[in-house]
Design a protein around this ligand. Structure first.
Ligand SMILES: *[C@@H]1O[C@H](CO)[C@@H](O)[C@H](O)[C@H]1NC(C)=O
Ligand SMILES: *[C@@H]1O[C@H](CO)[C@@H](O)[C@H](O)[C@H]1NC(C)=O
Ligand SMILES: *[C@@H]1O[C@H](CO)[C@@H](O)[C@H](O)[C@H]1NC(C)=O
Ligand SMILES: *[C@@H]1O[C@H](CO)[C@@H](O)[C@H](O)[C@H]1NC(C)=O
Length: 662
């Protein structure tokens, strides 16, 4: 299950805040025998069963559940741009999309008798995951506080021409029985099934990250070996924030004989170990009561009830949203436990968005631009642009002839930061056109935004229409066999972003498209996906896919849908426009939770005659563009990004990754 894509680079925890609350409550006597949360409070580690008992202690509440589903339903039907095409998606070679009728799914959830609130909440997350659009996600933070670990962590490597499932590292800090000697062992079976089949199945069915199987596969594996810092990996095969489906997995391991390297393939007798999920316990609670207060309770639990009765009253007082709560959610200050430090590549430091590395030795003519995030904080814009210019100037000075643009595990961010990078290399080209789903409610929002000259809507531009007219003159398109109204085609204007920069701009006269290479493990999402797609489709920069399932053509980008929004931010915007009580506005969730969705769909140019503008019939999200060449992880490069970049540099220098004709 996906966590919502982050739009801030820092993963700030709120431990200090929770600790204060917990201390105040420490005099409360929790009964360990009847309160399963009290039984594990203050422990570092709990068993799967203990954690499950705490998470499932909170009863299903029909009224809160209906309120939650009403909001999910409203967002899906009125605001989610792919709702209709998701129910009847086009068959596209290379994409694994199954039809998902979200309205039907919501009805099924609504009519089911749930045993606990956790099971109900997670069923919503699972439903949205099925669409395989990482922008569409539901996160009930109440049930995302434990960290669940499999004490052995896997990656996938090519070894002697075979793709093998391998033990990358063990977590004996959470489970002392995990042995260091298992590292490097091949996993031949998981739960009695062929290990590779099991992992691919899991990637297809349990990971909503992308419509490309290779990308989902990379997302659940290889996290330690290739991690840039976007996704904390909380939906990996062996690392979750949500309650796993079963307590124990059986692994059959085939280990190299003592003193031999794995590639020698001299194995000891295979053996099978049963390995449990282990839960890292959040530290801010003493009992179920304060677990609920600290992690689940929302000031919005009564928003709906009051507004219903107020609807009947004339001149009812305007109900205000809890801005502190929404801001906290929007800034991701909702987790007690921070994710563990990961291997983030060389010189990684918090707040560094882009890293320039000139390679050495036989690769000294090759430079790498490692772009980790486009979520540039407003106050960092100038430094970001300055650094980019300085980086390219230093490459120029060093005589760098070829550039690898590493976009792996980049979850996107600010579209204008992406635009800046494209325009630094090439002459400015217009952004691909896009549109927003039409609804009378959103028309009121967008009109108000123009009237008050505030909010994000005023940054969109249409060729033919002025002001809010791009939205008030809807167009009908066919989506999934249905007629649906959308806005006129628009593009995002980066004028105000650009004009805020004082930094010097780099004017590239050195590197042609064929001197550049996009490197991506497929986990280049959102803004990153749009930047990569434009570089590849419009500017003809070749792309190399990394990892994934061998022999399965792979894309270099995922969830290029367009642009996403989160309920927390959307409600804050409504409040600032004074529209939070609009009868059609989605109501806040009654518990601490957030939802994300794509609200803008980007077109893809189908052929040259479309020009760079794109065609409303071809959506980037529902078309596939494969990488031009491919590289896999091996024993040599999996834990050493410098080695990996060196190998990619050799491919570039030998001209072995030319642009493929489609
Ligand atoms: C509950 O268990 C914790 C340790 O897990 C212990 O510190 C605490 O005193 C126990 N409380 C009661 C009421 O037994
Ligand atoms: C492996 O061999 C070395 C000597 O080559 C020995 O010291 C070590 O104990 C052996 N390890 C195991 C697990 O047998
Ligand atoms: C700019 O580069 C400096 C030096 O490498 C680094 O410390 C800083 O974090 C960078 N700033 C941004 C916004 O990328
Ligand atoms: C689209 O909008 C037009 C009016 O602009 C309306 O007549 C039509 O019914 C709408 N279509 C749908 C599918 O809502």
């Amino acid at each position: 299950m996906k966590l919502l894509p982050r739009n801030l680079s820092g993963y700030q925890a709120t431990i200090s805040l929770f600790t204060v609350t917990a201390c105040l409550l420490s005099s409360v006597n929790a009964d360990n025998s009847t309160d399963p949360c009290a039984a594990i409070a203050r422990k570092k580690i709990a068993t799967f069963t203990e954690a499950k008992a705490c998470l499932q202690y909170f009863p299903f509440d029909k009224e809160a559940a209906d309120q939650t589903l009403d909001t999910v339903h409203k967002i899906v039907t009125e605001l989610y741009v792919f709702k209709d095409i998701a129910a009847s998606p086009p068959k596209t070679k290379g994409l694994s999309v199954v039809p998902v009728d979200l309205e039907h799914g919501i009805n099924i959830i609504r009519n089911q008798a749930w045993n606990s609130d956790q099971e109900f909440q997670d069923s919503i997350s699972l439903l949205l995951d099925k669409v395989h659009d990482a922008h569409l996600a539901y996160s009930p933070y109440c049930y995302r506080q434990f960290l669940f670990w499999q004490p052995i962590q896997l990656n996938a490597l090519i070894r002697n021409q075979r793709l093998v499932v391998n033990v990358a590292y063990v977590k004996n800090d959470v489970w002392p029985e995990a042995k260091e000697s298992w590292v490097g062992c091949e996993v031949t079976k998981i739960d009695g099934r062929d290990a590779f089949d099991m992992v691919v199945d899991y990637a297809v069915n349990n990971n909503g990250e992308s419509k490309d199987v290779n990308t989902c596969f990379n997302n659940i594996m290889n996290t330690k070996s290739y991690f840039h810092g976007w996704d904390d990996g909380a939906d990996d095969l062996g690392y979750h924030r949500f309650l796993p489906a079963q307590e124990v997995h059986d692994y059959t391991l085939r280990c190299p004989s003592n003193g031999t390297s794995p590639s020698k393939e001299q194995f000891d007798e295979p053996f099978t170990v049963s390995i449990p999920w282990v839960a890292q316990v959040p530290q801010g609670f003493h009992s179920a009561k304060d677990y609920w207060t600290n992690y689940c309770y929302s000031g919005h639990s009564t928003f709906r009830k009051r507004s219903l009765s107020e609807n009947e009253a004339v001149n009812a007082a305007v109900q205000m949203l809890d801005v502190d709560e929404l801001t906290k959610i929007h800034n991701n200050h909702v987790f007690d436990l921070t994710p563990p430090a990961q291997n983030a590549g060389p010189d990684s430091s918090e707040g560094e968005y882009v890293h320039f590395a000139a390679l050495e030795g036989e690769n000294s003519k090759v430079g790498v631009i490692d772009i980790r995030s486009f979520s540039i904080a407003n106050e960092d814009r100038d430094a970001f642009a300055d650094n980019f210019t300085a980086g390219l100037e230093s490459f120029e000075k060093k005589g760098i002839e070829k550039i690898i643009i590493d976009l792996s595990s980049n979850g996107g961010g600010d579209a204008c930061a992406g635009e800046f990078i494209i325009n630094t290399f090439f002459d400015a080209t217009p952004e691909y056109a896009s549109d927003v789903k039409y609804s009378p409610f959103l028309e009121r929002v967008i009109k108000k935004s123009y009237e008050t000259d505030s909010g994000k809507w005023i940054d969109y531009k249409s060729e033919k229409f002025k002001g809010a007219e791009w939205y008030t003159h809807p167009v009908e398109y066919e989506r999934g066999g249905k007629s649906v109204n959308f806005s006129q085609p628009i593009t995002l204007s980066c004028e105000s972003w650009d004009s805020s920069l004082t930094a010097k701009r780099y004017n590239n006269k050195i590197w042609k498209a064929s001197d550049l290479l996009i490197l991506s493990d497929g986990r280049c999402g959102s803004t990153c996906a749009i930047v990569a797609s434009r570089l590849r489709l419009s500017h003809l920069v070749p792309a190399m896919g990394l990892g994934g399932v061998r022999g399965n053509p792979m894309q270099f980008a995922s969830f290029p849908g367009g642009e996403s929004e989160r309920l927390s931010g959307f409600l804050l915007e409504l409040q600032s426009l004074g529209l939070q009580n609009d009868p059609d506005a989605p109501k806040p969730f009654p518990q601490r939770a957030d939802m994300g969705w794509t609200f803008r769909e980007s077109y893809r140019p189908a052929k040259d005659s479309d020009g760079p503008f794109g065609d409303s019939k071809n959506l980037l999200e529902y078309t596939a563009t494969n990488a031009d060449c491919r590289m896999h992880f091996t024993d040599e490069n999996a834990d050493d990004i410098e080695v990996l970049w060196g190998q990619v540099a050799q491919v570039v220098l030998k001209g072995q990754c030319p642009l493929k004709e489609e």
